[in-house]
Design a protein around this ligand. Structure first.
Ligand code: ATP
Length: 254
């Protein structure tokens, strides 16, 4: 086993191999994610994006390789340790919002805070603030069935961000939305992560959201095929510094 990764890397992985029931999904992926970075993971359908986010977010155990969250070796944790890490440090936004149908938008947003032991008043105040930031404050008292898909997805983003996790994983969060809504949700997600100094990993098969990211990794067939960086201070889709990389993935990813 190697020593813990450098302090300024919030996530660090080396040689991740992962198969689903014999189907290879990741074939040796290495990367480092800096604290506060917005990292996009792109690639065609089936290239391994969801599996990579699953392994990095402690949802899926790796078959081979190492995953570190700061100085904690995630790859050695059992199921309980992985659940605790996810609950306390990570946030997740998927392509479906999966809200609790019986609860209002505000109650859904407050739920992870309440489960983590935050007091009722503080949890509901934070939930209201996040709904406001996500521009869905007027939905606070409505239940998911009364809302549009775009509103539900914004509430799922508010719910993920409200506990201020250290890392937010977003797996194709714009997938069910029309282009304009998708771009808005991704922009809000990226800017909320930046303003609260959260690290954001955003998986998508759509190359456009890469413009919101500091850096973009491209996966092809379970391997990192390239990485590109967005010039400092811009998040408008201009990219520079592309590399094609396989065996030098760690160097390229830093
Ligand atoms: N639960 C599963 N059971 C079997 N095979 C799976 C499972 N999940 C993923 N796979 C396979 O693993 C490979 C990588 O899938 P993954 O979902 O990680 O890719 P992806 O890039 O996220 O795809 P998409 O853009 O369609 O979401 C694919 O070949 C996929 O069919």
């Amino acid at each position: 086993m190697s020593a813990a990764p450098p302090d300024n890397d919030v996530l660090w992985a080396r040689g991740i191999v992962k198969s689903h029931h014999g189907t290879p999904a990741l074939r040796g992926v290495s990367l480092a994610v800096r604290e506060g970075e917005v990292l996009a993971v792109t690639g065609p359908r089936g290239s391994g994006k969801s599996t990579l986010l699953g392994c990095l977010s402690a949802q899926l155990p790796v078959d081979e390789g190492e995953v570190w969250f700061h100085s904690a070796p995630v790859h050695t944790l059992g199921r309980t340790g992985r659940e605790k890490l996810r609950r306390e440090r990570f946030g997740w936004v998927g392509s479906e919002p999966h809200l609790v149908p019986e609860l209002t938008a505000r109650e859904n947003t407050a739920l992870p805070l309440l489960l983590a032991g935050t007091g009722h008043r503080a949890a509901y105040t934070a939930a209201a603030e996040w709904l406001e930031r996500l521009d869905v404050a007027d939905c606070a008292k409505r239940r998911p069935a009364e809302l549009t898909q775009a509103q539900r997805q914004r509430i799922a983003v508010a719910r993920a961000l409200a506990p201020l996790p250290r890392v937010v994983f977003a797996d194709d969060p714009g997938a069910p939305l029309h282009r304009e809504e998708r771009e808005q949700v991704l922009r809000i997600l990226a800017s909320a992560a930046r303003s609260h100094d959260l690290t954001l990993l955003l998986a998508t098969h759509d190359p456009e959201p890469a413009g919101q990211a500091d850096r973009t990794l491209t996966l092809v067939d379970g391997r990192i095929a390239g990485t590109s960086t967005t010039p400092a201070g811009t998040a408008d889709g201009r990219t520079a510094g592309s590399t094609a990389s396989g065996s030098t993935a760690v160097t390229a990813a830093r």
